[in-house]
Design a binder for this molecule. Sequence first.
Ligand SMILES: Cc1ncc(C[n+]2csc(CCOP(=O)(O)OP(=O)(O)O)c2C)c(N)n1
Ligand SMILES: [Mg+2]
Length: 283
Amino acid sequence: MNTATPKGGSNVSLARRAWAIRRNALRMGEVQGQGYIGQALGVADVLAVSYFHALNYRAAEPEWEGRDRFLLSIGHYAIALYAAMIEAGILPEDEIGTYGMDDSRMPMSGMAAYTPGMEITGGSLGHGLGIAVGMALGLKRKKNPAFVYNMLSDGELGEGSTWEAVMSAVQWKLDNLIAIVDFNDQQADGKTTAALANVPEAGRWSAFGWFAQEVDGNDMDAVVAAFDAARAHKGDQPRVIICNTKMCKGIPFLEDREITHFVRVEPEEWARALNILDEGKPQ
Ligand SMILES: Cc1ncc(C[n+]2csc(CCOP(=O)(O)OP(=O)(O)O)c2C)c(N)n1
Ligand SMILES: [Mg+2]
């Protein structure tokens, strides 16, 4: 049961926001017949908390100076972020049908040049946290109180550049930087824990000097509490929230698939997936 209070006096629950994010993502996936749907379904709860509980932004003014910055280094997760930004009113819902098409403002991999609210062009993995470090440092020097969030993936933990950024964030005392790791234990060809990340993840970040928390990323209340603690933490450390999520969360016949990095769904299966989602529509 989600008891978390949504932001800004809205009476729309975070569970309902996450439902809408999953639904928007499925509709975009249907346009192409395939895509990074597993990631979007898995990370929808974390994005709901990000956009409807934690972040300060103005939907009609995506470049407002005082906004918290949300940097998506995992360009292939763009479908998830578009789904959240549509729900947030930053992107128009009627462009869902253009997803991944030529000239769309919602290309398959996130591009800052085309898309309102997309802070960086990700996709070449391992660069988001380094960019976030520079941005957080710049904001601090300008005395701008905004936070910089970087959503990165467990696959990016295998990139050396990520760990250079981890160390420099501590060196610069970036208490305005919050890393969010979507730890779904998958990367392109298999399990992350079978590659380079079979260590106690929060312990590794705190050993570097970060304020680290690890939560079930599909437990809304736990995610809310972690975001609140990350923002409120006293001390000059950067903060990280390791979110353990389940690929394809919410659609059991997709959850059961072995390969979920890039999901192909038959035409009739989209309707089945949407039906399953709609049957569980929260208040
Ligand atoms: C520098 C770099 N190397 C390789 C790739 C190819 N690539 C795209 S997604 C991906 C998987 C990365 O792991 P993760 O983001 O955890 O995958 P997921 O959870 O989405 O399955 C890879 C290797 C890339 N985009 N950039
Ligand atoms: Mg992964």
